[in-house]
Design a binder for this molecule. Structure first.
Ligand code: GRF
Length: 200
């Protein structure tokens, strides 16, 4: 199924575990409002119980469930879906597992991840969710932010594509930092995806 020039570019969003789906929602809203040359053609989840799963369905996004118990099986199925659906970019949002070098090579499309801090600081294994903001707070940082990077087989180590810096000097605790950073994530992800796909 090849995309014709008049059809929108097709992306997939991938989340694992119990994802809130706030980035999925933000990407969807941005594309609807600003950039109709790109569409979320598929949202892939590892658990049906994820709030983001129901949300994707209510947004009319095509969904797929793949168990992530065996990562080799998971990657094979994901690759098949990418190819069947002519996906041109895979956006990770709350996907907590590493993807293998083989998968990344075979997919042969840009694979992006969003991280809730200014990489290369505060990244790596175990650095997800509130653990990131707690570390940022404990370090006494005055700024934090969101980072979009290409995915490679190491956690949070791929080439950085975009960052949005936010002032957190007035945040009184990690939860306040999380709130400010999440807003930055929502502002940064969709425009970066469009930049990568549309080369602008
Ligand atoms: C975001 O904070 C993102 O940076 C991280 O996982 C979280 C996903 O949140 N990788 P949501 O499910 O998009 O709300």
């Amino acid at each position: 199924m090849e995309r014709t020039a008049s059809e929108p570019h097709r992306i997939a969003v991938l989340s694992s575990g119990i994802s809130r789906g706030s980035n999925l929602q933000a990407i969807h809203s941005y594309l609807q409002a600003h950039e109709q040359r790109v569409q979320i053609a598929l949202a892939v989840f590892t658990r049906k119980a994820s709030p983001a799963f129901a949300q994707a369905q209510s947004l009319g996004i095509c969904t797929a469930l793949i168990a992530a118990k065996d990562m080799a099986v998971f990657e094979d199925k994901l690759l098949e879906l990418i190819q069947l659906n002519s996906i041109e970019l895979l956006a990770l949002a709350g996907f907590m597992k590493c993807l293998s070098a083989g998968f990344i090579t075979n997919a042969a499309i840009p694979i992006l991840n969003i991280h809730p801090a200014l990489l290369p600081k505060f990244g790596g294994k175990g650095m997800f969710g509130m653990a990131v903001h707690e570390a940022v707070y404990a370090a006494g940082e005055r700024v934090s932010g969101a980072t979009i990077h290409l995915v490679n087989p190491q956690y949070d180590k791929g080439a950085i594509l975009a960052q949005k810096v936010v002032n957190i000097s007035i945040c009184k605790n990690p939860a306040e930092i999380a709130k400010v950073v999440l807003k930055a994530e929502h502002e940064l992800y969709a425009p970066t995806i469009c930049k990568v796909l549309l080369n602008n």
